[in-house]
Write a protein that binds this ligand. Structure first.
Ligand code: NI
Length: 230
């Protein structure tokens, strides 16, 4: 086996990190490196290595790792520490059934409070996705689009769970849409979500969301099936 370069060497830190920002800087830096593949699935992240790399104590490292674990980006394994998670964990149908519950509730709570700024942001994301060819960017815009419609839900804990689900999906989209040869992704579902939200038609909007997430779970299930035997 050839010696692989240490994935952590792909992470660069500009200057000392102020103590009060340490947790969020570490979290954001590691999240970006996991999402863009510099830290591949299965990479072990040792607390002491990270503390040395960022020039901080182990406490903010531990807190940042806990946040990333809540976002399903890594797992804490006994005796091994934190490990970058596989792209899709467990049963995709179960994951999406749960996401549908959470996102439906966020949408239902948010719709009565949405304003022109929210609709404009959502429309901007749709237009950007129409012309975007880079799947990493599409994954990111997809998350921003959905959050624009959920942000006014008025329940921070619910929104954290919802956004964690979207981050997991963003990571999947980045790596796999291209490999699956899906070509240009239709924005019809997103347009329908935006239109029904703008009309304040909660029932129609929830139906559109169910259809949209139903399509996503189909794509992911097909992807997982295609990997069987790899
Ligand atoms: Ni979407």
């Amino acid at each position: 086996m050839t010696q692989k370069p240490n994935p952590l060497s792909s992470i660069t830190i500009d200057g000392p990190i102020p103590a009060h920002l340490a947790r969020s800087v570490i979290e954001q830096t590691l999240r970006a490196a996991i999402l863009d593949g510099r830290l591949p699935c299965g990479t072990a992240l040792r607390q002491q290595d990270l503390a040395d790399l960022f020039g901080v104590s182990r406490m903010p490292v531990r807190e940042a790792l806990r946040q990333l674990e809540a976002q399903s980006l890594l797992h804490v394994v006994a005796h091994k520490g934190a490990v970058v998670a596989a792209l899709v964990e467990g049963d995709a149908a179960e994951t999406y059934a749960l996401r549908l519950l959470l996102e439906s509730e966020a949408l239902r709570l948010a719709i009565p409070h949405l304003d022109e700024d929210n609709f404009a942001e959502a429309a901007r994301c749709i237009e950007a996705m129409e012309s975007e060819a880079d799947y990493a960017q599409i994954g990111h815009l997809n998350r921003l689009f959905h959050m624009a419609l959920y942000n006014k839900a008025g329940n921070r804990r619910l929104l954290t769970l919802v956004e964690n689900g979207l981050i997991e999906e963003e990571r999947f989209l980045r790596f796999n849409l291209q490999a699956m040869g899906l070509g240009k992704i239709s924005q019809d579902d997103h347009r329908q979500l935006l239109r029904t939200a703008r009309e304040g038609d909660i029932e129609a909007c929830l139906k559109a969301l169910e259809k949209h997430l139903g399509r996503a779970v189909e794509v992911i299930t097909r992807f997982l099936a295609s990997r069987v035997g790899e």
